[in-house]
Design a binder for this molecule. Structure first.
Ligand code: CA
Length: 524
């Protein structure tokens, strides 16, 4: 009894002697479709843009060079980050017909229960209202670039100006007005640089008509790989729209704003129409137009990261705030002739990830381990000292951030994409990724095939080595790893009927056929 009392007393003294560790604040700055090729800290050979403010996070923290996503499109990536689970467990497979079940456990809910104030501001795109936040203010669906209406728990609010500035302003206002006695976790989620890549009007012409270097694979012929790779509908040649190319006004723009827009785009569009470009010349023109606008959006994201960093400095928050910069997935900047994402290939499966954690992360450090968006929920919980539920499927990056890669860190990663056929006809596929190889199985109807990529021999991913005799052992080993990962991650053998979005596709087709028939009857 006495011993127990002594232990209790000792425990009480020990507890009172050590002041409670101050839980760090977390600021998660998350953009949409921001390719690592468009962040100067990643050192792309094309040197597309300088991003000094985003680079500062890398300089003062850690750059992850192999941060992957589990299913490379917007909504699914967001659901993975919130839940720490793959699409087949969190239920959000695609942007076509998935609705996020907000009743499930998410890291913001757990942080909030542990005393954090939580907010999500900007792009959400999960088709149900956010849960687990003290405050939320979200774009409607994809959102628009100019004067975007935003939804809050109290209703829809009007805004005036450019979406990236508005999202940052609202984020800073929330931080300012918070209860300063509690730690906070802010998700500042930019729409930019998502399609249709409309820059801030004050940035039009910012790059002074620079001619951007083309990627080596701009005119990919899609040979030496499965049929699926060539069958997609996401090329600069065939898929890009009038809106993307700024041949029509963007949504939401006011007449006054349209005057500024016209002053910049009208002479360019006039010259374009006069030139009447065809074939490769047309693709080259589109690539340049795309880069001017996409990178213009990135410039504003970087400027706003700068504003956020300055704000945190002015508020005296830099020392006890972890700053994370990432994007929902990677993006094609003309590689393989593409824009968009979706594929297991490098430009879309890899996403930027930069973390500044003072006192933990060595400044200017680089990590090349296979890490993923599915690790973020557990990482954020670990940062706050909150236990993660056992059914989350990632792993905390905390040891890596401290400069230590555990010996048993993952050596292979599972990828699974579903959405088909709309909007870009990318076949559903899954696969395994190691530091050197990728084994991909395409399984859309008529697409059944396997590709094997070797990034040492073929870094641009232009050739499949599947079925070749000198790759037989490697392929067999990758098959075993793939099977093991699918079992470990509880991937069902047969897709959920809503996974690929084909049910919605069929419904749309039926509706279109019905409308066409009605029109025909009316015309008679
Ligand atoms: Ca996205």
């Amino acid at each position: 009894m006495l011993t127990r009392f002594c232990l209790f007393l000792f425990g009480a003294i020990a507890l009172s002697a050590a002041p409670p560790a101050k839980q760090p604040n977390i600021v998660f700055i998350f953009s949409d479709d921001h390719a690592y090729q468009a962040i100067s800290a990643y050192g792309d050979s094309r040197k597309l843009i300088q991003t000094p403010n985003i680079d500062r996070i890398a300089k003062e923290g850690m750059r992850f060079d192999r941060a992957l996503v589990t299913n490379s499109i917007c909504g699914p990536c967001r659901a993975v980050i919130l839940t720490g689970k793959y699409s087949h467990l969190n239920g959000f497979y695609n942007n076509t017909n998935s609705v996020f079940n907000g009743a499930q456990t998410t890291f913001p809910k757990l942080l909030r229960a542990a005393g954090y104030q939580t907010a999500l501001i900007g792009k959400w795109h999960l088709n149900s209202d956010p849960q687990g936040f003290d405050y939320w203010q979200i774009l409607q669906g994809q959102g628009i670039y100019y004067n975007p209406p935003m939804k809050t728990a109290q209703g829809v609010i009007k805004t005036t100006g450019y979406v990236t500035d508005i999202t940052t302003d609202a984020s800073m206002n929330w931080v300012k007005a918070r209860d300063k006695s509690k730690p906070f976790m802010l998700m500042c989620q930019q729409k930019a640089p998502h399609r249709e890549w409309s820059p801030n009007l004050s940035d039009l012409g910012w790059d002074k008509g620079r001619v951007y270097p083309e990627p080596a694979t701009l005119f990919d012929d899609y040979k030496d790989r499965a049929f699926s790779v060539g069958d997609q509908d996401m090329t600069l040649e065939k898929t890009i729209s009038q809106l993307d190319m700024k041949l029509v006004h963007p949504p939401g723009i006011t007449p006054e704003q349209a005057k500024v827009w016209d002053t910049y785009y009208n002479p360019i569009n006039e010259a374009y129409r006069k030139a009447d470009l065809k074939g490769r010349d047309l693709v080259k023109w589109r690539y340049q137009r795309y880069m001017h606008d996409y990178l213009g959006c990135v410039k504003s994201v970087d400027d706003n990261v700068g504003r956020m960093l300055k704000f945190l400095e002015d508020e005296g928050l830099m020392e006890n705030t972890i700053i994370v910069y990432s994007s929902d997935q990677g993006f094609y900047l003309g590689e393989h002739g593409w824009f968009d994402k979706r594929w297991i290939f490098e430009e879309s499966v890899r996403t930027p990830l930069l973390v500044r954690w003072p006192g933990v992360t060595p400044p200017g450090s680089v990590n090349k381990s296979l890490v993923a968006n599915v690790d973020l929920a557990q990482t954020f919980l670990d940062m706050a000292g909150v236990a993660a539920p056992a059914d989350m499927q990632g792993r905390s990056l905390r040891p890596l951030l401290a400069g230590q890669v555990p010996a048993d860190w993952r050596k292979e990663f599972y990828y699974h994409y579903y959405e088909y056929p709309e909007p870009h006809r990318v076949s559903p596929h899954y696969g395994v990724i190691t530091d050197r190889y990728k084994l991909v199985r395409y399984y859309g109807i008529g697409h059944d095939a396997v590709d094997l990529f070797d990034n040492e021999k073929d870094p641009l991913e232009l050739k499949s080595f599947a079925g070749q005799a000198d790759y037989a052992d490697i392929q067999a080993d990758l098959e075993i790893r793939l099977k093991r990962l699918r079992a470990e991650l509880k991937v069902p053998e047969v897709d959920d009927p809503d996974a690929t979005g084909q049910r919605t596709h069929r419904e749309r087709q039926a509706k279109a056929a019905k409308n066409a028939a009605k029109k025909k009857t009316e015309a008679k």
